[in-house]
Ligand binder design. Sequence first.
Ligand SMILES: Nc1ncnc2c1ncn2[C@@H]1O[C@H](COP(=O)(O)OP(=O)(O)OP(=O)(O)O)[C@@H](O)[C@H]1O
Ligand SMILES: [Mg+2]
Length: 262
Amino acid sequence: MAVVAIYSMKGGVGKTTLAVDLAWRFAALGGRNTLLWDLDPQGGAGFLLGREPVPGGRAAAIFQREGKPRQLIEPTAYKRLSLLPSDESLRHLPGQLARLGQRKRLAQMATLLGREHERIVLDCPAGLNEVSDQVIAAADLLIVPLPPSPLSARALDMLRSELARHHHRHPPLLPVLSLYNGRRPLHRAVRQGQAASWPIVPHATQLEQVAVQRAPLGTFAPLSDAARALQRLYSGIEAKLAERVPAPRAGAILFGRQTATA
Ligand SMILES: Nc1ncnc2c1ncn2[C@@H]1O[C@H](COP(=O)(O)OP(=O)(O)OP(=O)(O)O)[C@@H](O)[C@H]1O
Ligand SMILES: [Mg+2]
């Protein structure tokens, strides 16, 4: 079992689009029982998979001590892919988790859910708070989509310092250059510099269409350049998960430069 978190401090960087794509690839192409766990009150992951919102707010209740996360899991239209949907009740999750006082609650739940799922993909809300702390504690791999901008570089630096200061044993980081447009000089400069070894998710019409079609890219444009880029990213992630040592070394950065955070 592996927990893969798609996380960024910043909003609108392509987290949900990537989370849905990866989860679908794990299930449909990798043949693995996969759970896509939506931790964002916006509910974007369910939306992209064609789910209609259901009235009521049960998503936050599963985090309570006696909460039963399994009961909320839904099948999707795709074989081996299940969804743990979100709703508005998750708006208060940072405070709720902080009050609960169990720093590893999310990790415990993931371990439980990992009995039935070989891959758990966390679609995380933007921000740096108790939810991100618990995500970092639960994840085996932290995938961080970063658009090519100085602001992203700053966000990555902040995340690295945060990990160094507050997460002694954190999972490996995989920065991903997202929303990449090779026609833009700034994007090319970032790719040739800091992001030279990062996987790329291109800015692509077909990926925009995921929110219109409400279906994974691979189901409607499997041969597109964007789908090929995401397939390469997925294969790299599976390879890294396969070579996992029992507990990832603190400070290791996959596909990227090493930093002395250990
Ligand atoms: N690679 C891409 N190419 C083009 N458009 C994209 C790409 N990835 C995401 N988008 C679009 O960008 C917008 C933001 O994407 P997404 O919701 O995946 O980001 P997010 O980081 O999850 O946002 P939030 O922080 O609000 O949860 C959406 O309109 C989505 O359709
Ligand atoms: Mg999102």
